[in-house]
Design a binder for this molecule. Structure first.
Ligand SMILES: Cc1cc2nc3c(=O)[nH]c(=O)nc-3n(C[C@H](O)[C@H](O)[C@H](O)COP(=O)(O)OP(=O)(O)OC[C@H]3O[C@@H](n4cnc5c(N)ncnc54)[C@H](O)[C@@H]3O)c2cc1C
Length: 491
């Protein structure tokens, strides 16, 4: 049987970071990746968390928000349920990880100002890709460079190699996988690092979130890569204790598959970051302060609604305001987003979307979106009265977002809760060692990335308020896992 020092399950950001780090310490590494290509959902992002990085130092931001501040912030937000040493290790490693990636040729940009809804401190380091600049999918560039480094330092990476089982042996572990031809293969390793990502497509694990989420029913997937939960399942089989489990919810998944081009993308961007107007649920009632700046807060409120569904509603006057002046708030993607919604509605409806509605009357709108007309009218009446006096008597939304709905045409957009993926499932310590019952360490077993991200699982809003903390966790704990596994197998 083939024997390796370390086998890594999954080649996303966590797995590749672990591979490079373990090789840098001289350990022999085999990475098994089930898909045809490396990267997992890590190729779809924009950037990652760091604090006291040289970028922040250059702007004196390290004095405004220090490592200690970040540590305190995380522990405060997780009510000290999170293992404090995990927060400390994460925060302390983060600046070095930026330089480690820069050394591979990755370029980062710190944004000029806080630009993401809910971002409280400037922790997001956005990948500035030579091919596509900054924005969605820029982390594909980071993955390219990390993968190239992994190969150049001698890590062996096998794609189309899906791990099906991991068994404990006297030597360490026996890993079973199927290769590209469908043949079953076995490799043994002294240590295993599980970096197999999330579990959103696994109904059993989804139930463990305790939130009643059903993929494609009350929550949509923002990514198109199946998250099977194999890593969590196999770690549990080896005795790993469950840990916090949550989804990386976002209020903004449209569940739409209309053709994305420069124009239609702008409508999506607009809704993503800049739509704090009237929202109603399927019963026709308001349910949230639509102007909340943390997407997770909005998402949590949406998750409580029937089918995780809601409608964004506005009238002709607000539509004209968006066309001439732009929306009231925006993410950095949408700075120049003075758009003609009529034109864009035409395009997305032509493109096959069933989620965009226009009507000459509230009755007609209620009929189209199948919301009880009398409730909708009552909701709008109260909302308009609040707008008139500039005070949201229900949820205290900021005055500047109070725009009445009173002038035809009326517009509605149906939206669903969405999720970038899942977090948590495998309990680890600050060395990324997997924990069993009674705080026992499972020797030679490590985990990192989404499948072990108990930090975000304990407070998903950290995704925004310490922006970049999902990819940040994957990179930093991937490195930590690789380094510690290398020490374990070489000493
Ligand atoms: C659209 C989108 C945008 C995002 N933007 C950001 C952002 O800007 N900043 C941020 O911090 N976070 C962002 N996130 C979240 C972030 O992408 C994830 O938290 C992070 O990529 C997780 O990395 P990972 O290595 O743990 O998992 P993944 O990247 O999912 O890698 C896991 C790998 O394991 C493989 N695998 C699974 N099962 C097996 C098996 N049985 N055998 C072998 N291999 C297996 C998978 O194929 C996959 O390649 C975003 C997510 C999405 C979907």
């Amino acid at each position: 049987m083939v024997e390796k020092q370390i086998v890594i399950m999954g080649a996303g950001l966590a797995g590749l970071s672990a591979a490079v780090s373990a090789r840098e310490k001289g350990a022999e590494v085999l990475v098994l990746e089930s898909r045809k290509c490396v990267g997992g959902i890590s190729v779809t992002g924009m950037g990652l968390f760091a604090v006291e990085s040289h970028h922040q130092k250059e702007r004196n931001l390290d004095t405004v928000f220090t490592k200690d501040d970040a540590f305190e912030f995380i522990m405060d937000r997780t009510h000290w349920q999170l293992d404090a040493k995990i927060a400390r290790a994460y925060v302390d490693k983060s600046a070095d990880t930026i330089e480690w990636l820069e050394d591979m040729g990755v370029h980062f940009v710190l944004m000029d100002k806080l630009t993401f809804p809910g971002e409280i401190h400037q922790t997001g380091h956005l990948v500035n890709s030579s091919k596509m600049g900054i924005g969605a999918n820029a982390t594909a560039d980071l993955i390219d460079k990390l993968y190239a480094r992994a190969l150049s330092v001698g890590a062996e990476v096998q794609t189309e190699a899906a791990v099906t089982d991991i068994q404990k042996t006297d030597y360490g572990y026996q890993i079973l996988y199927t290769d590209a031809s469908g043949s079953e293969k076995t490799v043994s390793a002294k240590a295993v690092i599980i970096t197999a990502g999330g579990y959103m497509n696994n109904d059993t694990l989804m139930k463990e979130t305790g939130r009643g989420f059903y993929l494609n029913e009350n929550v949509g997937a923002v990514n198109s890569i199946p998250l099977t939960g194999d890593g969590v399942r196999l770690a549990r089989k080896l005795g790993a204790v469950p840990d916090g489990m949550e989804l990386m919810l976002t209020s903004y998944c449209d569940g739409d598959r209309f053709p994305r081009n420069a124009e239609t993308q702008r409508l999506w961007d607009l809704m993503m970051f800049s739509f704090p107007y009237l929202w109603v649920n399927k019963e026709g009632e308001r349910f949230v302060n639509e102007g909340l700046m943390n997407g997770c807060y909005l998402a949590n409120a949406i998750a409580n609604q029937t089918d995780g569904t809601y409608y964004m509603i506005l009238d002709h006057a607000t539509k004209e305001k968006i066309r001439t002046e732009g929306p009231d708030i925006w993410g950095y993607l949408s700075n120049d987003i003075q758009i003609d919604m009529d034109e864009l509605f035409d395009k997305v409806i032509e493109g096959g979307s069933k989620n965009y509605f226009r009507a000459e009357s509230i009755e007609d709108l209620a009929d189209q979106i199948q919301v009880p007309v009398e409730t909708l009218k009552a909701t709008i009446k109260r909302y308009n009265a609040d707008c008139a006096v500039g005070y949201d008597s229900l949820f205290n939304k900021k005055r500047k977002f109070l725009r009445p709905v009173k002038e035809a045409k009326y517009y509605a957009i149906r939206r669903k809760n969405g999720s970038y993926g899942s977090v948590g499932g495998i309990r680890i310590n600050e060395k990324a060692q997997v924990k069993a019952e009674n705080n026992r360490i499972i020797n030679g077993l490590y985990a990192a990335g989404d499948c072990a991200n108990s930090m975000i699982a304990r407070d998903t809003a950290l995704m925004y308020s310490l922006w970049g903390s999902c990819l940040g966790f994957a990179a930093n704990f991937g490195r930590i896992a690789g380094e510690n596994a290398a020490d374990y197998v070489t000493t």
